[in-house]
Ligand binder design. Structure first.
Ligand SMILES: Cc1cc2nc3c(=O)[nH]c(=O)nc-3n(C[C@H](O)[C@H](O)[C@H](O)COP(=O)(O)OP(=O)(O)OC[C@H]3O[C@@H](n4cnc5c(N)ncnc54)[C@H](O)[C@@H]3O)c2cc1C
Length: 386
């Protein structure tokens, strides 16, 4: 991918934003289990960072997706995964379908304020009985006059405790599972919606994730994104950006783990020499850095193809799979060389170890990525090559 001056400016802007507005407060937010989303989103919105590749007509910068990926990578310089996750939910998980398929009226009402940082969004796909098996979700949106009446629940919804709207995937007919779903934007203050207290998570502590319940929630049918029954297809497309964001966002955090581990191993002496002087350790650091560069190359390659309008389902799935696996490998290896210090809760590597664990689970687990890749390689029994 060739980077322009504009890419570098976005990189610098995000970096400064993270250094000034996020990193000084991360320890406090991780302890509190939340961060001031409205304030941070507003500041990011004022800088244009919530709408980099969104249409100019609704307040976005109208740049191609490579610029969003540069921002995603740089948001990874935050010293926690939770805040970038919340930002990614807003930019790359709950708004791509709205931006691409939403009516002008809907985009004016929800996309413009989301880009400006005046509204917080969340994405409602998973349910207790349907995480990996998205097609099996049970929440329904039944037509009643000009409205939909929504019943059901969503599980593990990041940002939901503070969100203004949810981009909801629900069954709008009794047709087959891949053609009976629609994406609907639902304001979170609609009567009949309740949100559970935030769930107590292993990592991503500064972001909030909760359950959302719908009891006869009534919204106008004009809140549907695109055609009725096209929700599953639109969500699969929306997942491509979620997966590329997730993979890009992990890169700098892994490099940070390697860097701080090298520094620590230079200072820490055992048996009369710095830890880093053990070949097993400095070779390992070199190997991990090489793997991170390989992940970066895969993410850039997938992004370049995406900006050319190619279908990147396979590449984005590969990038997400590799990011999850490598995230576990890098953080586990680095943590080891901190010894007991690595086992302490507030250690930077132990936080990364906990946070990156989500990458192999959320947005489609590793095994789901492998299934997609196999299908597109034509080696899944009963499936043709895509
Ligand atoms: C912190 C956090 C934040 C999240 N945020 C959101 C959000 O904002 N919005 C949202 O909609 N969802 C969100 N999720 C949900 C997430 O996308 C799901 O947890 C994920 O898709 C896995 O679904 P599941 O938990 O139901 O696991 P299951 O579907 O029960 O699968 C369990 C495990 O089984 C394995 N597995 C599953 N199927 C197969 C198979 N066919 N072959 C082999 N192995 C398999 C995988 O290893 C998987 O991890 C979040 C989850 C977490 C933990």
């Amino acid at each position: 991918m060739l980077f322009t001056q504009e890419h570098e400016e976005i990189r610098r802007t995000v970096r400064n934003f993270v250094d000034k507005e996020i990193n000084p407060y991360v320890d406090e937010w991780e302890k509190e289990g939340r961060f001031p989303m409205r304030e941070i989103f507003k500041k990011a919105g004022d800088l244009g960072l919530l709408g980099i590749s969104k249409p100019e007509k609704f307040g976005g910068m109208g740049l191609d997706y490579s610029y969003s990926i540069v921002a995603a990578e740089e948001f990874g310089t935050a010293h926690c995964g939770g805040v970038p996750l919340s930002i990614g939910v807003q930019t790359d998980m709950c708004t791509p379908a709205l931006a691409r398929f939403g009516s002008d009226e809907l985009r004016e009402e929800f996309l413009r304020p989301a880009i400006a940082g005046d509204m917080i969004g969340c994405i409602g796909v998973s349910e207790t009985g349907a995480g990996s098996d998205v097609a099996g979700l049970k929440t329904t949106a039944r037509k009643d006059g000009g409205d939909y009446v929504i019943n059901g629940h969503k599980m593990w919804i990041t940002n939901s405790p503070q969100a203004d709207f949810i981009c909801l995937l629900a069954n709008t007919s009794d047709d087959k599972p891949h053609v009976n779903k629609s994406l609907i934007v639902v304001p979170m203050n609609t009567p009949g919606i309740t949100v559970s207290p935030p769930l107590d998570k292993l990592g991503m502590r500064s972001s909030q994730t909760a359950q959302v319940f719908f009891d006869n929630v009534r919204v106008p049918q004009r809140y549907r994104i695109g055609a009725e029954g096209a929700g599953f297809m639109m969500q699969m497309l929306q997942f491509q950006e979620e997966r590329l964001f997730g993979a890009a966002n992990i890169i700098k955090g892994l490099e940070y783990c390697v860097d701080v581990t090298i520094d620590y191993c230079k200072q820490r002496h055992t048996f009369g020499q710095p830890l880093i002087d053990n070949q097993v350790i400095h070779f390992r650091m070199a190997e991990l850095q090489t793997e991170i560069e390989a992940l970066r190359a895969l993410v850039y390659h997938a992004t370049e193809q995406y900006t050319k309008g190619r279908d990147v389902t396979k590449l984005a799935s590969m990038a997400k799979l590799k990011a999850g696996r490598l995230g576990r490998e890098v953080t586990d290896s680095c943590l080891q060389y901190w010894g007991g210090m690595g086992f302490m809760w507030d250690n930077p590597v132990s936080r990364a170890y906990r946070d990156v664990r989500l990458v192999s689970i959320g947005g489609g687990a590793d095994e789901i990525m492998l299934g997609i890749i196999c299908k597109l390689m034509g080696i899944l029994p009963g499936k043709k090559k895509g």
